[in-house]
Design a protein around this ligand. Structure first.
Ligand SMILES: Nc1ncnc2c1ncn2[C@@H]1O[C@H](COP(=O)(O)OP(=O)(O)OP(=O)(O)O)[C@@H](O)[C@H]1O
Length: 254
C-alpha cells in the first residue's frame, strides 16, 4: 500500500501534512510520535473511516476514500461487541465483508484457533481477560484476510506480562499469515521489536521526521531484545523522539 502527500485537518487544527510512505505486502511498519501528533487519525484515514483533506491512499490499485474490504483494524480497547460471543465477533467482520455462510463456518474456527482461542468460541468478552479479548480482536481482523492490517496501540490496554506474550504471539501469527501491517505504539521498544521500519512523526502539524530501518534478524524472538543492535536502534528512535518531545514538552513512555 502507499500513502502520498496525505494531509488531514479537524477544522482549524491541521493534524498532519505531506505524509508519504509505502508498506510492502510482507512488511511491518511501526509508527511512533508524541501524544496528539495524529497517529490514530492517520490510521483512521487509511481505514477510510475518516476523510483526508489532501493526498492519496492506495491499497493495490484501489484508492481509499471510504472503508474498503482490504483494510482491517485492531483497536486499543478491542472494539468487540459485548453482547456477542467470540465466534459471533469473529464472524461479524466476515459477514460485513459479505462472506457466504459456508465460508464463515470454515474461517471462524480457523482464525479462532490461529490466535489461540480454540475452546472459547462461546465465551463473551466479559468472561475473558484483556489479552484474550485482544486475541479475539485480532482474529476478527485477520479473518477477512486483509491486504493491510492496522494496529492502533493494540497492547496498550493489557498488563506488561500479557503485552509481552501478545507481542510474540503477533510475530508467530504474522509469520503464518504475513500481511502489510501498520503498527502504532507509544512504546519505542515495541516499535523496534516488531517493526521492519519505524516511522517517527513530529511537529505541529506533524509530518514524517525520520524513517529508521530495523535491520534485526527475523523472526523476532525474546533473544532480539538482547541483540546489541536492538539497543542501538532503540536509542536511535529514543533520541529522535526525545529531541522532539523536549521541544514540545511531551512525556513519552520508553
Ligand atoms: N474528532 C476530532 N475532532 C477534533 N479534533 C480531534 C479529533 N480527533 C482527534 N483530534 C485532535 O487531533 C490531534 C491528533 O489526535 P490523534 O488522536 O490522532 O493523535 P495520536 O497521536 O493518536 O494521540 P495519542 O498518542 O495520544 O493516542 C489531537 O490534537 C486531537 O486532540
Amino acid at each position: 500500500m502507499r500513502v502520498r502527500g496525505l494531509g488531514k485537518r479537524y477544522g482549524a487544527l491541521e493534524v498532519f501534512r505531506n505524509i508519504d510512505f509505502d508498506v510492502g505486502a510482507r512488511e511491518i511498519v511501526a509508527i511512533v510520535g508524541p501524544s496528539g501528533c495524529g497517529k490514530t487519525t492517520l490510521l483512521r484515514c487509511i481505514d477510510g473511516l475518516l476523510p483526508h483533506d489532501a493526498g492519496e491512499i492506495w491499497v493495490g490499485d484501489q484508492r481509499v476514500t471510504e472503508p474498503i474490504a482490504g483494510v482491517a483494524m485492531v483497536f486499543q480497547h478491542f472494539g468487540l461487541f459485548p453482547w456477542k460471543t467470540v465466534y459471533e465477533n469473529v464472524a461479524y467482520g466476515l459477514r460485513m465483508a459479505g462472506a457466504p455462510k459456508a465460508e464463515i463456518e470454515r474461517k471462524v474456527p480457523e482464525f479462532v484457533k490461529l490466535v489461540g482461542l480454540a475452546g472459547f468460541e462461546k465465551a463473551f468478552p466479559y468472561q475473558m481477560s484483556g489479552g484474550m479479548q485482544q486475541r479475539c480482536g485480532l482474529a476478527r481482523a485477520l479473518a477477512v484476510e486483509p491486504n493491510v492490517l492496522l494496529m492502533d496501540e493494540p497492547f496498550a490496554a493489557v498488563d506488561a506480562q500479557t503485552r509481552e506474550i501478545l507481542q510474540f504471539e503477533l510475530v508467530r501469527i504474522w509469520e503464518e499469515r504475513p500481511t502489510a501491517m501498520i503498527f502504532v505504539t507509544h512504546s519505542i521498544e515495541e516499535a523496534v521489536l516488531l517493526g521492519h521500519r519505524v516511522i517517527v512523526l513530529k511537529g505541529r502539524p506533524s509530518s514524517i521526521h525520520e524513517t529508521i530501518t530495523i535491520d534485526l534478524p527475523s523472526p523476532r524472538t525474546r533473544d532480539t531484545l538482547r541483540h546489541p543492535r536492538f539497543a542501538e536502534l532503540r536509542e536511535r528512535v529514543w533520541n529522535t523522539l526525545m529531541r522532539e518531545a523536549r521541544e514540545a514538552e511531551f512525556v513519552l513512555e520508553r
